[in-house]
Design a protein around this ligand. Structure first.
Ligand code: SF4
Length: 286
């Protein structure tokens, strides 16, 4: 298994915004979505990047282990979409657990089937789940795919009690509709496992990648939210979470078969507005 190869986009050795503590962040190649605001369109091609074995990958992490352990950090694998190379990611996580008992986080868009990633999820301590839009049609417009799989994956993680931070890139005019924000909260309010919700205000720092690739940036009309707009979104999501806990369902969750009676143990109570995560603290990114 140590010789199994994965296709890697890049690594970051001192990540501070993708999970707790200081983290090694591994960006995998490949993504089946086409988010209009994507900051890494050069990760989309599953055949791009470079090939590394599990052993080579874990050896790259080793020199920095002391920092990750002291800061209660660990390893985050993101992309692209890491579940497209689930077996490789699982092996890297398992090896890091075996060698150093390292904390493992998977940053996923949730576009996967639970039966294909069960082993990977078992080796994962924390899932950072990116929910792009709660409305199915608007999700298709934004990412080129419907959100049914993402909602069902979120439900699966709740059912097995896997710890989750939900992340939501917030863009005025795209996902700031009152009912959508309430529905997002209502869905989250029916999950049992959400430790944190991070609202990531949109910004334009990723445009240069599209220019480098000679592609027109589809989000040319997008703008960053004001602090007031982010605060309003926060309030609406909180209100929705309270309604979800009280049993009110989001229509898209029902349509996707991801609805469920609210649990009295639902844990999502706070919304963090995390400007750093979407800006990407990428000083050590290579
Ligand atoms: S899921 Fe992430 S990597 Fe994939 S297109 Fe969307 S933003 Fe880009």
């Amino acid at each position: 298994m140590m010789t199994m190869e994965g296709r890697i986009h890049s690594i970051e050795t001192f990540g501070t915004v993708d999970g707790p503590g200081i983290r090694f962040v591994l960006f995998m190649q490949g993504c089946a979505l086409q988010c209009q605001y994507c900051h890494n369109p050069d990760t989309w091609d599953l055949k791009g990047g470079r090939a590394l074995s599990v052993k080579e990958m874990v050896d790259e992490i080793e020199p920095y282990i002391v920092y990750y352990r002291r800061s209660k950090g660990g390893l985050t694998i993101t992309g692209g979409e890491p579940t497209l190379q689930a077996q490789f990611v699982e092996e890297v996580f398992r090896e890091c657990k075996k060698r150093w008992n390292l904390h493992t986080a998977l940053d996923s868009n949730g576009f996967c089937e639970p039966e294909n990633v069960a082993g990977l999820i078992e080796a994962t301590d924390l899932v950072l789940l990116d929910l792009k839009h709660i409305d199915r049609d608007k999700h298709i417009a934004l990412t080129a795919q419907p959100n049914d799989r993402m909602l069902r994956f979120a439900r699966y993680l709740s059912d097995i009690g896997k710890k989750v931070w939900i992340r939501h890139v917030f863009i005025p005019g795209i996902n700031d509709d009152e009912e959508d924000l309430l529905n997002l909260g209502r869905f989250i309010g029916t999950l049992n496992n959400v430790e944190k919700l991070e609202l990531l205000p949109y910004h334009t720092m990723g445009i240069f990648k599209w220019e480098q690739m000679g592609k027109a940036y589809p989000g040319a009309d997008f703008r960053s939210p004001t602090e007031e707009e982010s605060a309003r979104a926060n309030e609406l999501i909180q209100q929705g979470i309270a309604e979800g806990k009280a049993g009110r369902q989001a229509p898209s969750a029902i349509a996707a078969g991801a609805d469920r009676a609210a649990s009295s143990f639902a844990t999502a109570t706070t919304v963090d507005i995390n400007t750093a995560a979407f800006e990407g603290n990428r000083a050590n990114h290579r």
